[in-house]
Write a protein that binds this ligand. Structure first.
Ligand SMILES: [Ca+2]
Length: 128
C-alpha cells in the first residue's frame, strides 16, 4: 500500500519502545537487624537493569532509617528490573541485609519488601 510508508512504520516502532523516566523516592526501612558490632548503619544501593543509579547516605545506629535521596533514571523501560540492595555499614565489611528486585511498571507504586536478614524496606517509584 502506498499510504503505509516505511518511515511511518519506523516512527511507530520507536514510539512503542519509548524510554520512560523512572523516579525512586520515599526510601525508608523498619526493624533492621543489628550486626556483630551492635549498631545498624543502613544504606541502600540502587540499580536499574545494568545501570547503577547510586546509593544513599549511611544512617548510623538507626534500625528504622529513612533517606531523603531520590533516584532518577531517564532511560528506563517498562519491565526493566529495578534492584535495591540494603547494606549495614561496618568497619571492615558491610553486611548485605537483603535485596529487593522488581520489574517496573508504568504509574506510581508503593512497595514493602521483606529483607532476608530481617527488617523491611519501604519505597515508592514512578515510571512514566
Ligand atoms: Ca553496622
Amino acid at each position: 500500500m502506498a499510504s503505509c510508508s516505511p518511515l511511518l512504520l519506523l516512527v511507530l516502532c520507536t514510539l512503542t519502545v519509548a524510554e520512560a523516566q523512572l523516579k525512586l523516592f520515599n526510601l525508608r526501612a523498619s526493624n533492621l537487624p543489628s550486626g556483630i558490632l551492635g549498631t545498624t548503619d543502613g544504606y541502600v544501593k540502587v540499580f536499574c537493569g545494568s545501570v547503577t543509579l547510586g546509593e544513599t547516605s549511611v544512617r548510623n545506629n538507626n534500625p528504622n532509617p529513612w533517606w531523603e535521596e531520590e533516584f532518577t533514571h531517564f532511560n528506563a523501560r517498562k519491565n526493566d528490573v529495578m534492584r535495591l540492595e540494603v547494606h549495614d555499614s561496618d568497619i571492615l565489611f558491610d553486611d548485605l541485609l537483603g535485596v529487593c528486585q522488581r520489574q517496573i511498571k508504568l504509574g506510581t507504586h508503593k512497595h514493602d519488601c521483606f529483607l532476608e536478614k530481617g527488617g523491611t524496606l519501604h519505597y515508592t517509584y514512578s515510571l512514566g
